[in-house]
Design a binder for this molecule. Sequence first.
Ligand code: ADP
Ligand code: MG
Length: 239
Amino acid sequence: MSEVLLAVTGLRKTFGGVVAVASMDLEIRRGEKIGLIGPNGSGKTTLINCIAGMLRPTAGQINFAGLNVTNLPAHSRARLGIGRTFQLPKPFFSLTLAENLMIPLEFCSDLAVPAMQEQARSTLRLLGLEHAGDAYAGSLTQVDLRKLELARAVVAGPRLLIADETMAGLSTSEVDEILEVLTALAANGITIILIEHIMRAILSFSERLVCLDAGRKIADGLPDGVMGHPDVERAYLGE
Ligand code: ADP
Ligand code: MG
């Protein structure tokens, strides 16, 4: 088995009286393709905000690549190799795609400008956006906006990519386009956590599923086992 890339232990996050994540343990190994599922409000986004550093946990520890990152700010975690997309894409709409990719590169890499430009171009190619490098982000279709969001998350070469509902609202063929992109990123060696409600997409992508309900992990393992777990069925029926 490959080494542990991410280890979450005893993680808890409360908002006032709301327990969004309650005592969570989660271990992810290098190269895994993980699907993170669970009904609305089950704590998926809160968990990844704690992992990526947008939120400080109430209790618990997060180790990434052997380092305790629990108290590091988000930008330091990004430099260490945690990339993530946001549920609502927020690129700079008045910049071109290539310019949008220069921003994470300036924050997260030590490359010189020509190397950054080459990295931006090769990322656009990998994401199937090479035709649009000089287009303004504000002119993109929904599916290309999602690809740009993924490109921004991976351009600086993260070890872990967390994609939060990147496919919501897309058509069947657009979902397939994003799945193809995610598969290409995984083939490039990036460990991926995919949060998604579209079951067909989650099942086609994931080698392992983790299901949350009310801030707790209720199932973790091979997709068939998790989908057939009575607690998982109950969680979705209650939604
Ligand atoms: P999911 O992504 O699985 O839909 P969330 O992590 O967004 O779930 O939410 C988990 C719970 O935490 C929900 O009850 C939600 O209302 C609550 N929550 C999330 N973010 C906040 C916040 N910033 N302030 C207060 N409550 C929040
Ligand atoms: Mg969410």
